[in-house]
Design a protein around this ligand. Sequence first.
Ligand code: SF4
Length: 247
Amino acid sequence: MTVVNPIEEAEALAEKLASLDLAGRLSFVAGLGGRVVFTTSLGIEDQVITAEIGTHRLPIDVVTLQTGRLFAETLALIDETERQYDIHISRYEPEQADIDAYAAKYGMNGFYESVEARHACCGVRKLKPLARALAGATIWITGLRRGQSANRAETPFAEYDAERHLLKVNPLADWDIDKIKAFVADNSVPVNPMHERGYPSIGCEPCTRAIKPGEPERAGRWWWEQDEKRECGLHVAEEAASIAVQQ
Ligand code: SF4
């Protein structure tokens, strides 16, 4: 019996995806079998992927993490996107017991007070729901791009996520923001109106601000923290976040 090394499998997949356009990448991945899940934050690059999934009726589950702290504009865009593409976007929400436990320990907005408290909140509101969203998945599709931040500059087309035991596919890894905007304009893709108000990257309302001219795209996320590589733990292994998930 041939034992497939998942890291080599991911490298071979990445090489294949590099030769395809976006629709080809998504179609190829959808055809690999198993449960294929795309997690969308409704950001502009995620909307490009959703548009391709909806337009080509690809067998990919589209899910979002409804953290309970999203902007009203983001919530409205979920509904609008479902209508435009005649798809269902599954909402994964945090457990009320976890929110209550977090609020009792840190305060509802305790994430401003320390990195530990912030990771714990992301753990409750994002990482635990993500784990449920990816349960049984063989492939996880994301909208990560190399141009989003220095932290994402080496994003491959495919990689093995050892923590979650699945293949993670980033079909927009080589797209820049101009290409994203051109696709949106050419295909009338609905996007969050906040992008035009200085929010290139949009997460939870209390943790997102508009950026100033010249700032990196993700500078408005958790802006009060000093770590230039700050993430919510969805796409990087963060010890504190992992601990929070297990609590
Ligand atoms: S982004 Fe902010 S509000 Fe949202 S889960 Fe993380 S810490 Fe909590």
